[in-house]
Write a protein that binds this ligand. Structure first.
Ligand SMILES: [Zn+2]
Length: 220
């Protein structure tokens, strides 16, 4: 018997018997019309990151793509899965916001800092080139910037990677066009797995601000 498969099947059974019946109308409604997610959420494949959980989003609200290190190759560099998702989400689904979400304890960022460990994984090593510019910026900041020097290089790199991927995102014609029309905004996030805290850099900001647990005045 395949223990892992059985564990997964048990999960399906719980979903069918406990979760689905309580929300059946939501699922039926969700397939009665085209999906219309408001957000494209690009994050790491890390098994501890759950976009719907941390944004309290339900079925149909968030279009998600995940890869190692929450990367978006610059347009034309590696036309593939991520580029296609971005184009489809922006041009066809007309999402109004794109989140690029990095996270603490990211193995991809650790891999960038210790590339010797990547020799047996040439594909991963090649993929991580999408973050080399962030590594360069993070190392410089860590040496020369007083505030950055007090923090761990991994932490600085994780933030710089999100900021870099936001730049890459804007090289995609669909994104640039929708932003020019005022129809799309972008933000960069860092999710702290251990504490649950999320910090956000809005477009144009270079620093990440924690999302407070009470809504700001004037926001319902
Ligand atoms: Zn990660």
């Amino acid at each position: 018997m395949d223990e892992v498969l059985e564990q997964l099947k048990d999960g399906v059974r719980r979903f069918r018997t406990e979760v689905y019946p309580q929300q059946a109308d939501v699922f039926v409604q969700a397939v009665s019309e085209k999906q219309a997610p408001h957000t494209l959420f690009i994050t790491c494949a890390d098994s501890r990151v759950d976009p719907n959980l941390i944004t309290s989003s339900g079925t149909g609200e968030v279009f998600v793509t995940r890869n190692i290190g929450n990367m978006v190759p610059a347009y034309g560099e590696m036309l593939g899965g991520v580029s296609a998702v971005v184009e489809f989400a922006v041009s066809a689904l007309k999402v109004r916001h794109v989140v690029i979400c990095g996270h603490t304890h990211c193995g991809a960022m650790q891999g960038l800092l210790a590339q010797a460990g990547l020799e047996t994984m040439p594909t991963v090593k090649s993929w991580l080139k999408n973050a080399h510019a962030a590594l360069s910026v993070a190392e410089t900041l860590h040496k020369k910037d007083d505030a950055a020097a007090k923090r761990q290089l991994l932490e600085v790199l994780t933030e710089q990677n999100v900021l870099l991927q936001m730049q890459h995102l804007k090289t995609h014609p669909s994104v640039a066009g929708a932003m020019a029309q005022g129809e799309l905004t972008v933000s960069g996030w860092i999710y702290n797995i251990g504490t649950g805290e999320v910090s956000v850099a809005e477009d144009g900001q270079q620093t990440f601000t924690p999302v407070g647990v009470s809504a700001p005045a004037g926001v319902a």
